[in-house]
Design a protein. Sequence first.
Length: 192
Amino acid sequence: MPDGYSYEIRENAQELYVVEGKTYDHVAKLTEVSIAQLKRWGKDADWAGARKEYREALSSIRRDTVMLRAKLLKTALGSGDPQSVYAFAAIEKAVSAGKKSADPVPVSSPEKLKDINTPQDAIEALQGVVELKLNKMLAQPETLQLSQVKELKQTMELIDQMKAKYSPDEAKGNTGEAGLSDSLEKMIRKHL
């Protein structure tokens, strides 16, 4: 490269300026590249235009996300379908949690894994996983894929089926046998 800098340094500088919104002065401090050199790169590659395009895309994603939430709410209210209501409630809970914490929720937790001995334990564990997955998805909307949404929907349907089959009243009449039934285990494995 004629200016003596690696492509990695140049790409890092561009990402700092375009994506993270840093000033040339701040990028220079972080990358140890002169401001003059950064401005040359910025002019050659139109960093200002790329920054504007990136900001507009983020704004569009936020706007479209709000519109999607509004559409989900209308669908849930109009149909009364429990699945639609649950999906909307889960998304709103995740949005609310995201506003309280600027940091995305980690997918894996350093906490001890829960013991799952009853169907209710399995339901609670699956609900926890759905919440974590949904928070992660909403924290990074630019990486969201339709297949992820479909998988999440299937998992929520599984949870609803499990709740219907293993209601708290039925759990009280349990024969004392601990652990998951074979059919429940197969159902969980199939959906996971």
